[in-house]
Design a protein around this ligand. Structure first.
Ligand code: CA
Length: 522
């Protein structure tokens, strides 16, 4: 409440000449306020809120007033199709708001845009959106990646900034307690995990350590990279990947087979959390604060943060990023990275009578001030300008609430809005352990290129929809079964591969590759 009051005060008067609005008039799109309807769906903020402080400032600066018209706040995503229930519900009503913002929007607009449900953006950007045009001119691969099969762009994406996402973290104080070095290879890693299991590094006299854990179980599958397999080609779990110019699926490759075989063995030997598939999102918090967990693969900033939050609770606690161990063939690879482009963002509905004003509004968020507003919130509320840079206030950073959540609450960092993230926003709350870890990964150059996705034409879409969901279910079912000891991947592999082909895997690869060639070779 206090925040909203503060912004209301800003709105009410004198601050119009204050710093937040210094050259606000430069961004005026319309002289008289123009109302546009919006549907906004995202798991973190199920509907659009007109009273978000960030929105209030944007209204003042642009003259565009967004009015919430969200149909159905259910944001459960169908993992197989990537389409959200809310979007399908909206389509079923036949009424598409002026603006549609959502997570997982890309496939939806690239399918229904060419059919007329959304307005193509290419000409609008060329003629009316200098900031967007400059961005796409500088990053043609992003333009290719988001375009539909007909070459038209139908949405403005959320564009993450920064390269690094997840890293390997290990209890370096446990290594010290056992007289061990940081493991450099997969073989050394196995020895360390065995020592974590048997050597009582937490010193309580009990064999209660959980050597490797993950709050998202696909981070167990990620370890197949240590046997030269792949677990995903993008920041989305179980995604296709590109190998020597061809789109393939990681779960049909022999490196994956070997990796799963070894992970099943690690699981059976107690080197992996017995509850890895069920423990869920609290695994990291619980296993670290109880001094039980030894190693994981998770996000830099939030994982390094435990060095601060557990400093007084767990004696000697030190959880540091380590370089990816070398695989059996000597490759050090960090498979996860921040993807440069997300399927989230916003689009213009076909009944919108103000497409020019709308694209100018989208463009505003790519201007310097709009981008700052999207990333840092409201000046004087969450940050101040210091030597020309937005710097979060001490109070905002140290009030004990997660920075991300506080920003979502005021309408900042909304990923169902098309905007270009500024990594500096995150750098300001990354502690020294996170920054040291990032420097380590930077030095080693462990990141690999990502698969940025394809847009199907109608024919390809049909093939994909017909075969892929069942194939994917089967792959995941076998994957978990093998890890848990239900069958042996080495013995089962040939039959598994034959079943994939019988289920249409080759047909899916064919449409993935025809779409890929069209999208990236133009
Ligand atoms: Ca113990």
């Amino acid at each position: 409440m206090r925040r909203i009051t503060l912004v209301s005060a800003l709105m009410a008067g004198t601050a119009l000449s204050g710093p937040a609005f210094a050259d606000g008039h430069a961004h005026k799109i319309v002289d008289e306020p123009l109302e546009l309807t919006i549907q906004m769906n995202h798991a973190r903020y199920p509907t659009y809120k007109e009273d978000w402080p960030v929105e209030q400032v944007a209204r003042e600066m642009t003259g565009i007033h967004l009015i919430d018209q969200t149909v159905g706040a259910n944001t459960r995503t169908d993992e197989n199709t990537g389409k959200t229930e809310a979007l399908n519900l909206m389509l079923a009503t036949g009424e598409i708001p002026d603006i549609v913002g959502s997570s997982r929007l890309k496939d939806f607009v690239n399918q229904y845009g060419p059919e007329g449900a959304f307005i193509g953006l290419n000409d609008l950007i060329e003629e009316h959106a200098p900031n967007l045009k400059a961005y796409f001119d500088a990053r043609p691969e992003i333009r290719s990646a988001i375009s539909a099969a007909n070459g038209e762009m139908y949405y403005i994406p959320y564009l993450p900034d920064g390269k690094y996402g997840r890293a390997y973290f290990i209890r370096t104080d446990w290594l010290n307690a056992l007289g061990l070095e940081t493991p450099e290879t997969v073989e050394e890693l196995e020895e360390v995990l065995l020592a974590f299991r048997d050597g009582d590094p937490n010193g309580n006299g009990l064999k209660d350590e959980v050597p490797y854990f993950a709050r998202q179980w696909p981070e167990l599958i990620r370890l197949v990279t240590l046997w030269d397999g792949r677990s995903s080609g993008s920041d989305t779990s179980h995604d296709f990947y590109v190998d020597e110019g061809m789109v393939k699926h990681p779960y049909a490759q022999e490196g994956y087979r070997d990796g799963i075989s070894n992970l099943a063995r690690w699981y059976a030997e107690g080197l992996v959390d017995a509850e890895v598939f069920t423990r869920g999102s609290s695994a990291r918090e619980y296993l670290l604060s109880e001094n039980l967990g030894g190693m994981t693969h998770d996000w830099f900033a939030s994982t390094a943060g435990y060095n601060d939050s557990l400093a007084d609770k767990v004696n000697g606690f030190e959880f540091k990023a380590m370089a990816p161990p070398a695989s059996v063939s000597g490759v050090r690879m960090e498979e996860h990275r921040r993807i440069p482009i997300k399927p989230d963002g916003w689009a213009i509905g076909y009944t919108n009578e103000h497409p020019v004003e709308t694209i100018k509004y989208f463009d505003f968020w790519f201007s310097e001030e709009g981008r700052r507003l999207a990333n840092f919130g409201v000046e004087g509320l969450t940050y101040n300008m210091v030597d020309g840079e937005p710097i979060f206030t001490e109070e905002f950073l140290t009030n004990g609430k997660p920075v991300n959540n506080q920003l979502y609450e005021i309408g900042s960092q909304l990923q169902a809005r098309g905007y270009f993230q500024d990594y500096n926003y995150e750098k300001q709350w990354s502690n020294k352990h996170a920054l040291e870890g990032i420097a380590l990964y930077d030095e080693g150059d462990y990141l690999i290129d990502q698969f940025l996705g394809v847009a199907f034409n109608e024919k390809e879409q049909k093939v994909y929809d017909r075969y892929w969901p069942a194939i994917r279910d089967y792959m995941l079912e076998r994957q978990q079964g093998w890890i848990l000891g239900n069958g042996d991947v080495m013995t089962d592999w040939d039959a598994y591969a034959a079943t994939l082909d019988k289920m249409g895997y080759q047909d899916v690869l064919e449409v993935m590759n025809s779409a890929y060639t069209r999208q990236y070779n133009n």
